[in-house]
Write a protein that binds this ligand. Structure first.
Ligand SMILES: [Ca+2]
Length: 332
Protein backbone atom coordinates (compact mmCIF):
# COMPACT_ATOMS: atom_id res chain seq x y z
CA UNK A 1 0.00 0.00 0.00
CA UNK A 2 1.38 3.38 -0.96
CA UNK A 3 1.94 5.92 1.81
CA UNK A 4 -0.79 8.26 0.58
CA UNK A 5 -3.31 5.46 0.73
CA UNK A 6 -2.22 4.36 4.18
CA UNK A 7 -3.01 7.84 5.45
CA UNK A 8 -6.27 7.87 3.53
CA UNK A 9 -7.17 4.46 4.94
CA UNK A 10 -6.61 5.66 8.49
CA UNK A 11 -8.70 8.79 7.98
CA UNK A 12 -11.41 6.81 6.25
CA UNK A 13 -11.59 4.20 8.98
CA UNK A 14 -11.90 6.86 11.67
CA UNK A 15 -14.45 8.92 9.75
CA UNK A 16 -16.62 6.02 8.72
CA UNK A 17 -16.53 4.56 12.20
CA UNK A 18 -18.14 7.78 13.41
CA UNK A 19 -20.81 7.62 10.73
CA UNK A 20 -21.39 3.96 11.49
CA UNK A 21 -21.80 4.72 15.20
CA UNK A 22 -24.36 7.37 14.43
CA UNK A 23 -26.31 5.01 12.22
CA UNK A 24 -26.27 1.81 14.09
CA UNK A 25 -25.32 2.31 17.71
CA UNK A 26 -26.87 5.59 18.74
CA UNK A 27 -29.28 4.00 21.18
CA UNK A 28 -26.73 1.63 22.60
CA UNK A 29 -23.62 3.76 22.82
CA UNK A 30 -23.02 3.24 26.52
CA UNK A 31 -23.80 -0.46 26.31
CA UNK A 32 -21.34 -0.83 23.42
CA UNK A 33 -18.55 0.86 25.33
CA UNK A 34 -19.22 -1.48 28.21
CA UNK A 35 -19.11 -4.44 25.80
CA UNK A 36 -15.74 -3.33 24.45
CA UNK A 37 -14.38 -3.17 27.98
CA UNK A 38 -15.84 -6.62 28.61
CA UNK A 39 -14.39 -8.05 25.40
CA UNK A 40 -10.95 -6.73 26.34
CA UNK A 41 -11.28 -8.43 29.73
CA UNK A 42 -12.65 -11.70 28.33
CA UNK A 43 -10.91 -14.82 29.48
CA UNK A 44 -9.00 -13.07 32.25
CA UNK A 45 -10.58 -15.13 34.99
CA UNK A 46 -9.61 -18.44 33.43
CA UNK A 47 -7.35 -19.91 36.08
CA UNK A 48 -7.47 -21.87 39.32
CA UNK A 49 -8.02 -18.84 41.54
CA UNK A 50 -10.80 -17.31 39.51
CA UNK A 51 -14.20 -17.03 41.06
CA UNK A 52 -16.47 -18.87 38.69
CA UNK A 53 -20.02 -17.98 39.43
CA UNK A 54 -22.52 -18.28 36.64
CA UNK A 55 -25.37 -15.79 36.64
CA UNK A 56 -28.54 -17.92 37.05
CA UNK A 57 -30.00 -16.07 34.03
CA UNK A 58 -27.76 -18.26 31.82
CA UNK A 59 -28.77 -21.60 33.35
CA UNK A 60 -31.45 -22.66 30.80
CA UNK A 61 -29.17 -21.69 27.87
CA UNK A 62 -26.17 -23.42 29.38
CA UNK A 63 -28.11 -26.64 30.07
CA UNK A 64 -29.53 -26.71 26.54
CA UNK A 65 -26.09 -26.22 24.98
CA UNK A 66 -24.71 -29.08 27.09
CA UNK A 67 -27.67 -31.28 26.10
CA UNK A 68 -26.96 -30.45 22.46
CA UNK A 69 -23.36 -31.52 22.66
CA UNK A 70 -21.11 -28.68 23.88
CA UNK A 71 -18.85 -29.93 26.72
CA UNK A 72 -19.96 -28.76 30.14
CA UNK A 73 -16.55 -27.52 31.20
CA UNK A 74 -16.43 -25.22 28.17
CA UNK A 75 -19.94 -23.93 28.80
CA UNK A 76 -19.12 -23.28 32.48
CA UNK A 77 -15.98 -21.38 31.46
CA UNK A 78 -17.79 -19.20 28.94
CA UNK A 79 -20.81 -18.29 31.04
CA UNK A 80 -18.88 -17.62 34.25
CA UNK A 81 -16.50 -15.21 32.52
CA UNK A 82 -17.00 -11.63 33.84
CA UNK A 83 -17.23 -10.32 30.25
CA UNK A 84 -20.45 -12.27 29.68
CA UNK A 85 -23.05 -10.12 31.37
CA UNK A 86 -26.76 -10.25 30.61
CA UNK A 87 -28.06 -7.18 28.76
CA UNK A 88 -31.82 -7.21 28.12
CA UNK A 89 -31.65 -3.91 26.24
CA UNK A 90 -30.24 -5.66 23.14
CA UNK A 91 -33.40 -7.70 22.57
CA UNK A 92 -35.59 -4.77 23.68
CA UNK A 93 -34.00 -2.62 20.98
CA UNK A 94 -34.68 -5.32 18.38
CA UNK A 95 -38.28 -5.91 19.53
CA UNK A 96 -39.00 -2.17 19.60
CA UNK A 97 -38.08 -2.07 15.92
CA UNK A 98 -40.33 -5.05 15.16
CA UNK A 99 -43.28 -3.54 17.07
CA UNK A 100 -42.79 -0.16 15.39
CA UNK A 101 -42.81 -1.83 11.98
CA UNK A 102 -46.04 -3.69 12.78
CA UNK A 103 -48.06 -0.95 14.53
CA UNK A 104 -46.68 2.47 13.57
CA UNK A 105 -47.10 4.34 10.28
CA UNK A 106 -44.11 3.59 8.09
CA UNK A 107 -42.01 6.39 6.62
CA UNK A 108 -42.24 6.85 2.87
CA UNK A 109 -39.59 4.97 0.92
CA UNK A 110 -36.37 6.94 0.77
CA UNK A 111 -35.90 9.16 -2.25
CA UNK A 112 -32.22 9.58 -1.50
CA UNK A 113 -29.87 8.74 -4.31
CA UNK A 114 -26.87 6.55 -3.74
CA UNK A 115 -24.67 9.65 -3.60
CA UNK A 116 -26.92 11.26 -0.96
CA UNK A 117 -27.11 8.12 1.17
CA UNK A 118 -24.57 6.85 3.70
CA UNK A 119 -23.21 4.66 0.92
CA UNK A 120 -22.06 7.77 -0.96
CA UNK A 121 -18.72 7.59 0.89
CA UNK A 122 -17.78 4.44 -0.98
CA UNK A 123 -17.94 6.15 -4.37
CA UNK A 124 -15.32 8.78 -3.52
CA UNK A 125 -12.22 8.41 -5.71
CA UNK A 126 -9.85 8.02 -2.76
CA UNK A 127 -12.01 5.28 -1.21
CA UNK A 128 -12.10 3.43 -4.52
CA UNK A 129 -8.31 3.87 -4.83
CA UNK A 130 -7.92 2.36 -1.36
CA UNK A 131 -10.11 -0.60 -2.34
CA UNK A 132 -8.06 -0.95 -5.53
CA UNK A 133 -4.89 -1.23 -3.42
CA UNK A 134 -6.60 -3.87 -1.27
CA UNK A 135 -7.55 -5.83 -4.40
CA UNK A 136 -3.97 -5.71 -5.68
CA UNK A 137 -2.62 -6.86 -2.31
CA UNK A 138 -5.02 -9.82 -2.30
CA UNK A 139 -4.96 -10.57 -6.01
CA UNK A 140 -4.02 -14.25 -5.72
CA UNK A 141 -6.89 -15.06 -3.35
CA UNK A 142 -9.35 -13.02 -5.43
CA UNK A 143 -8.37 -14.72 -8.70
CA UNK A 144 -8.56 -18.14 -7.06
CA UNK A 145 -12.08 -17.39 -5.74
CA UNK A 146 -13.20 -16.00 -9.09
CA UNK A 147 -12.00 -19.15 -10.85
CA UNK A 148 -13.50 -21.53 -8.30
CA UNK A 149 -16.89 -19.84 -7.75
CA UNK A 150 -17.48 -17.65 -10.80
CA UNK A 151 -17.92 -14.51 -8.67
CA UNK A 152 -16.04 -11.49 -10.08
CA UNK A 153 -13.32 -10.19 -7.77
CA UNK A 154 -14.75 -6.66 -7.89
CA UNK A 155 -18.02 -7.87 -6.37
CA UNK A 156 -16.11 -9.53 -3.51
CA UNK A 157 -14.02 -6.42 -2.77
CA UNK A 158 -17.11 -4.19 -2.98
CA UNK A 159 -18.85 -6.37 -0.36
CA UNK A 160 -15.83 -6.26 1.96
CA UNK A 161 -15.65 -2.48 1.56
CA UNK A 162 -19.33 -1.88 2.31
CA UNK A 163 -19.55 -4.48 5.09
CA UNK A 164 -16.51 -3.57 7.22
CA UNK A 165 -14.48 -0.95 5.36
CA UNK A 166 -12.11 -3.75 4.27
CA UNK A 167 -11.86 -5.12 7.77
CA UNK A 168 -11.13 -1.83 9.52
CA UNK A 169 -14.51 -1.81 11.31
CA UNK A 170 -15.47 -5.17 12.78
CA UNK A 171 -18.12 -4.18 15.31
CA UNK A 172 -17.68 -3.01 18.88
CA UNK A 173 -19.56 -5.72 20.72
CA UNK A 174 -18.63 -9.19 21.92
CA UNK A 175 -20.60 -11.55 19.65
CA UNK A 176 -21.04 -14.12 22.43
CA UNK A 177 -22.48 -11.65 24.94
CA UNK A 178 -24.81 -10.14 22.33
CA UNK A 179 -26.20 -13.49 21.17
CA UNK A 180 -26.39 -15.01 24.67
CA UNK A 181 -28.23 -11.92 25.95
CA UNK A 182 -30.74 -12.14 23.10
CA UNK A 183 -31.15 -15.91 23.55
CA UNK A 184 -31.92 -15.39 27.25
CA UNK A 185 -34.45 -12.61 26.52
CA UNK A 186 -37.20 -14.97 25.45
CA UNK A 187 -40.28 -13.23 26.81
CA UNK A 188 -41.91 -9.85 27.21
CA UNK A 189 -41.21 -10.01 30.95
CA UNK A 190 -37.44 -10.23 30.34
CA UNK A 191 -37.28 -7.03 28.29
CA UNK A 192 -40.28 -4.96 29.37
CA UNK A 193 -38.36 -2.36 31.41
CA UNK A 194 -36.31 -1.48 28.33
CA UNK A 195 -39.12 -1.35 25.75
CA UNK A 196 -40.26 2.05 24.51
CA UNK A 197 -43.03 1.02 22.07
CA UNK A 198 -45.37 -1.17 24.14
CA UNK A 199 -46.68 0.78 27.15
CA UNK A 200 -49.97 -0.66 28.43
CA UNK A 201 -51.24 -1.70 24.99
CA UNK A 202 -52.26 -5.39 25.16
CA UNK A 203 -51.94 -6.04 21.41
CA UNK A 204 -48.45 -4.58 21.33
CA UNK A 205 -47.50 -6.51 24.46
CA UNK A 206 -48.67 -9.81 22.96
CA UNK A 207 -46.80 -9.10 19.72
CA UNK A 208 -43.65 -8.13 21.62
CA UNK A 209 -43.87 -11.38 23.62
CA UNK A 210 -44.14 -13.55 20.48
CA UNK A 211 -41.38 -11.55 18.76
CA UNK A 212 -39.01 -11.94 21.71
CA UNK A 213 -39.57 -15.71 21.79
CA UNK A 214 -38.99 -15.95 18.05
CA UNK A 215 -35.82 -13.84 18.05
CA UNK A 216 -34.50 -15.59 21.18
CA UNK A 217 -34.66 -18.96 19.41
CA UNK A 218 -32.88 -17.41 16.40
CA UNK A 219 -30.20 -16.01 18.72
CA UNK A 220 -29.80 -19.38 20.44
CA UNK A 221 -29.07 -21.08 17.13
CA UNK A 222 -26.58 -18.33 16.24
CA UNK A 223 -24.91 -18.59 19.68
CA UNK A 224 -24.56 -22.35 19.31
CA UNK A 225 -23.10 -21.87 15.81
CA UNK A 226 -20.66 -19.24 17.15
CA UNK A 227 -19.41 -21.70 19.76
CA UNK A 228 -19.10 -24.53 17.21
CA UNK A 229 -17.38 -22.22 14.71
CA UNK A 230 -14.85 -21.03 17.31
CA UNK A 231 -14.20 -24.49 18.73
CA UNK A 232 -13.60 -25.93 15.24
CA UNK A 233 -10.52 -23.68 15.10
CA UNK A 234 -9.55 -24.07 18.75
CA UNK A 235 -10.52 -20.44 19.43
CA UNK A 236 -12.13 -18.86 22.47
CA UNK A 237 -15.58 -17.66 21.31
CA UNK A 238 -15.46 -14.86 23.91
CA UNK A 239 -12.67 -13.17 21.95
CA UNK A 240 -14.68 -12.82 18.74
CA UNK A 241 -15.97 -9.27 18.16
CA UNK A 242 -19.30 -8.81 16.44
CA UNK A 243 -21.84 -6.31 15.19
CA UNK A 244 -24.77 -5.17 17.32
CA UNK A 245 -26.63 -8.38 16.37
CA UNK A 246 -23.68 -10.77 16.31
CA UNK A 247 -22.33 -10.74 12.72
CA UNK A 248 -18.62 -11.66 12.59
CA UNK A 249 -15.54 -11.28 10.42
CA UNK A 250 -14.53 -8.90 7.65
CA UNK A 251 -17.44 -10.33 5.62
CA UNK A 252 -19.94 -9.95 8.54
CA UNK A 253 -21.41 -13.47 8.46
CA UNK A 254 -23.89 -14.57 11.07
CA UNK A 255 -22.33 -17.61 12.80
CA UNK A 256 -24.74 -20.11 11.16
CA UNK A 257 -23.53 -18.80 7.78
CA UNK A 258 -19.92 -19.06 8.98
CA UNK A 259 -20.56 -22.77 9.60
CA UNK A 260 -22.46 -23.26 6.35
CA UNK A 261 -20.45 -21.15 3.89
CA UNK A 262 -17.07 -20.59 5.57
CA UNK A 263 -14.13 -21.75 3.42
CA UNK A 264 -10.56 -22.48 4.48
CA UNK A 265 -8.91 -20.60 1.63
CA UNK A 266 -5.30 -20.79 2.83
CA UNK A 267 -5.43 -24.45 3.81
CA UNK A 268 -4.43 -24.04 7.48
CA UNK A 269 -7.40 -26.22 8.54
CA UNK A 270 -9.21 -23.28 10.12
CA UNK A 271 -11.88 -20.92 8.83
CA UNK A 272 -10.76 -17.44 9.88
CA UNK A 273 -13.30 -14.90 8.65
CA UNK A 274 -11.13 -12.07 10.03
CA UNK A 275 -8.48 -12.64 7.35
CA UNK A 276 -8.88 -12.07 3.60
CA UNK A 277 -7.49 -15.50 2.63
CA UNK A 278 -10.55 -17.23 4.08
CA UNK A 279 -13.13 -14.42 3.95
CA UNK A 280 -12.71 -13.92 0.18
CA UNK A 281 -13.63 -17.49 -0.88
CA UNK A 282 -16.27 -17.60 1.89
CA UNK A 283 -18.10 -14.61 0.40
CA UNK A 284 -17.97 -16.20 -3.05
CA UNK A 285 -19.28 -19.48 -1.63
CA UNK A 286 -22.11 -17.62 0.13
CA UNK A 287 -23.13 -15.89 -3.09
CA UNK A 288 -23.12 -19.19 -5.02
CA UNK A 289 -25.24 -20.66 -2.22
CA UNK A 290 -27.71 -17.82 -2.79
CA UNK A 291 -27.97 -18.33 -6.54
CA UNK A 292 -24.93 -16.65 -8.09
CA UNK A 293 -24.07 -18.14 -11.49
CA UNK A 294 -21.53 -17.09 -14.12
CA UNK A 295 -23.08 -15.11 -16.95
CA UNK A 296 -25.95 -13.58 -14.96
CA UNK A 297 -27.13 -10.15 -16.06
CA UNK A 298 -27.03 -7.01 -13.88
CA UNK A 299 -30.50 -7.48 -12.37
CA UNK A 300 -29.88 -11.13 -11.57
CA UNK A 301 -26.57 -10.29 -9.90
CA UNK A 302 -28.17 -7.51 -7.88
CA UNK A 303 -30.88 -9.88 -6.68
CA UNK A 304 -28.23 -12.20 -5.24
CA UNK A 305 -26.46 -9.27 -3.53
CA UNK A 306 -29.81 -8.34 -1.98
CA UNK A 307 -29.68 -11.68 -0.11
CA UNK A 308 -26.60 -10.38 1.74
CA UNK A 309 -28.49 -7.40 3.12
CA UNK A 310 -32.14 -6.73 2.28
CA UNK A 311 -31.80 -3.14 1.16
CA UNK A 312 -32.18 -1.73 -2.33
CA UNK A 313 -29.63 1.00 -1.63
CA UNK A 314 -27.19 -1.58 -0.29
CA UNK A 315 -27.40 -3.79 -3.38
CA UNK A 316 -27.13 -0.71 -5.62
CA UNK A 317 -24.06 0.45 -3.66
CA UNK A 318 -22.29 -2.90 -3.97
CA UNK A 319 -23.03 -3.18 -7.70
CA UNK A 320 -21.93 0.41 -8.34
CA UNK A 321 -18.71 0.12 -6.32
CA UNK A 322 -17.91 -3.17 -8.07
CA UNK A 323 -18.41 -1.58 -11.49
CA UNK A 324 -16.12 1.34 -10.61
CA UNK A 325 -13.47 -1.02 -9.21
CA UNK A 326 -13.63 -3.05 -12.42
CA UNK A 327 -13.22 0.08 -14.52
CA UNK A 328 -10.27 1.20 -12.40
CA UNK A 329 -8.66 -2.23 -12.59
CA UNK A 330 -9.14 -2.99 -16.27
CA UNK A 331 -9.31 0.54 -17.71
CA UNK A 332 -12.66 -0.11 -19.41
CA1 LIG B 1 -7.78 -20.80 6.91
Amino acid sequence: MRARHIIIAAVLAAGLALVWDGERNSSRGAASEAAVRKASQAGQNIGPDAARVMDPVWQPLAERLVREGIPRDAIDTYFSDPSVTFDASIMAHKVDRIVRKRFDPQPAPTKRTLQQSNYGHYLKPWVLAWAGDYARANQAALQKAEAAYGVPQDIIVALLLVETKLGTFLGKDQAFQVLASMAASDSLAAIRPYLTTVGQNADRAAYADVSAKDRAEWAYQELKALILHARASGKNPLLIPGSIYGAIGICQFMPTNALRFGVDGDGDKEVDLFGPQDAIPSIANYLVGHGWKPGMNYDQQRTVIYAYNHSDLYSLAVMTVAEKLRQGRTGR
